[in-house]
Design a binder for this molecule. Structure first.
Ligand SMILES: Nc1nc2c(ncn2[C@@H]2O[C@H](COP(=O)(O)OP(=O)(O)OP(=O)(O)O)[C@@H](O)[C@H]2O)c(=O)[nH]1
Length: 457
């Protein structure tokens, strides 16, 4: 009866079986960390049915809740539960997560909307700071002193900080170029060269110098004039590609395949995405499709535990397409809303890597002709021009549907995103501005353009 009671209190709109609950949902961060540190790797006895595609090693399937979930329930000290017939009154129940009301027919939902809703609900959101239901308490000595948390930087502050090196280098060079000179042909050519060297691409460089010439040719011009016009022109290039990542939750699971060269931040970005999705009340499963790099499997499992997502992995060297097949089957059986599949960024050679990606797509197609529903490519901003070529390669092989530009914090090459947008016209859904779980921001064209041009918001 007590378990049933807990289930009623912690269900936020979407029915979520009690064993699915991530331990973190009703623990303070310190308690969750303590439990995570003690948890032994979960050993799996029975094998999942082997994929008919290729025999693979026993696929390890475990919920991120795993053993910790049981320990977690031990941590909450139940005192006399409410008498069975007394339903907790409305005001006692934690508020539903916005958008997680009974509506189970969620149609096409832009992820940024889900995120905005969960952000809106964060101060009272029970998921991060659950209010223990009446009749329960935790031992007083276990309740850690609330640590003083510095106010979180706004989106724009984090972006400005992330792009600081790009913008300071660019605006510094522009200022040096425009030392109170009247705008002439030579200055325009110098500016064009400078913009091309900043990875903005020839097309965008010419747009900027053309707009500047139209407005200021033969007149005095300052660095601020150039920054203002540069921001406006970059924004025009980026606006068409700044789109929300749409999830079609009418067909579960929505399969997101993440591809990209090794080291571009695939696994990290998957963790960040999983945090946003599960924080919005969606059921997420992560599949360790990078069976080439041992650390990648373990890394993804840690992200699954940290974000309360389900995890499915297999042994090193196993067939990635077989893992993808099993993951899809498991996600469908467990009614996961979203399945995110990690892939290898490196194999013996590029041809092998491309062949593996093609096979994964083929196998998923067999299970759902529309799957993978989204193919995200991660691009490392610090690699500059190389990122342009990478889009070409992966787009042809895996049918990339959108981009996530990572490592924009601390790099002086953030301009490459403009060059890629102008050339490939692929949606840019998010940008990575750090290694932390929150360091993934929805891509906003205007903010990005102003940040690169060094303009205050
Ligand atoms: N500064 C910074 N580091 C990042 C960002 N995203 C990822 N990283 C770091 O980049 C390194 C590589 O990230 P991974 O997620 O392992 O990259 P991957 O593409 O999965 O690599 P492979 O598994 O080798 O294919 C890690 O040290 C990450 O912490 C970011 O936005 N900013």
């Amino acid at each position: 009866m007590a378990l049933g009671f807990i289930k009623k209190v912690f269900t936020f709109g979407k029915e979520k079986p009690i064993e699915q609950q991530a331990p973190e949902e009703h623990l303070t961060p310190a308690q969750a960390a303590a439990i995570e540190a003690e948890v032994e790797p979960h050993s799996r006895e029975e094998d999942l049915p082997v994929s008919p595609v290729d025999p693979v090693a026993p696929v390890e399937m475990e919920t991120a809740g795993g053993p910790a979930a049981d320990d977690a329930r031990d941590v909450v000290e139940p005192v006399e539960p409410e008498p069975a017939d007394e339903e907790p009154s409305e005001e006692e129940l934690p508020p539903l997560l916005p958008g997680a009301e009974e509506n189970t027919e969620i149609g096409i939902v832009p992820l940024s909307l889900l995120e905005a809703e969960s952000e809106a609900g964060t101060e009272s959101s029970p998921v991060s700071e659950p209010v223990l239901p009446k009749g329960f308490t935790t031992r007083v000595d276990e309740v850690p002193e609330p640590e003083v948390v510095a106010p979180r930087m706004t989106w724009y502050q984090r972006l400005r900080a992330g792009l600081a090196r790009t913008s300071s280098q660019l605006t510094g060079q522009i200022t040096a170029l425009f030392t109170k000179r009247k705008l002439d042909e030579e200055t325009l050519e110098d500016l064009e060269d400078l913009l091309i060297q900043s990875d903005l691409g020839v097309e965008t460089a010419m747009r900027i110098t053309g707009a500047l010439s139209a407005e200021r040719y033969g007149k005095d011009v300052t660095g601020e004039d150039v920054s203002r016009i540069m921001a406006a022109e970059i924004s025009k290039v980026l606006s068409p590609v700044a789109k929300p990542l749409q999830l079609d939750l009418n067909h579960k699971p929505h399969v997101i395949l993440v591809v990209g060269v090794n080291g571009t931040g695939k696994t990290t970005t998957i963790g960040k995405l999983a945090a946003k999705l599960s924080g919005s009340g969606l059921k997420v499963m992560l599949a360790a499709g990078d069976t080439f790099r041992a650390a990648a499997i373990e890394q993804l499992k840690i992200w699954a535990d940290r974000t309360g997502s389900e995890f499915i992995g297999t042994r090193l060297g196993a067939d990635a397409a077989g893992l993808a097949y099993d993951a899809f089957e498991q996600a469908r059986a467990k009614k996961s809303d979203v399945l995110i599949i990690d892939t290898a960024g490196r194999l013996q050679n590029k041809a092998e890597l491309m062949a593996e990606l093609e096979k994964i797509v083929r196998v998923l197609n067999k299970l759902d002709p529309d799957a993978p529903h989204t193919v995200l490519q991660t691009l490392d901003a610090t690699t500059g021009q190389n990122a342009l070529q990478q889009v070409e390669i992966f787009r042809n092989v895996a049918g990339v549907s959108g981009l996530i530009m990572t490592k924009l914090d601390g790099t002086a090459r953030g301009g490459i995103l403009v060059g890629i947008a102008a050339k490939h016209k692929l949606p840019v859904y998010f940008i990575g501005v750090g290694e932390g779980v929150d360091d993934l921001e929805p891509f906003e064209a205007d903010d990005f353009a102003k940040a690169i041009a060094g303009l205050t918001h």
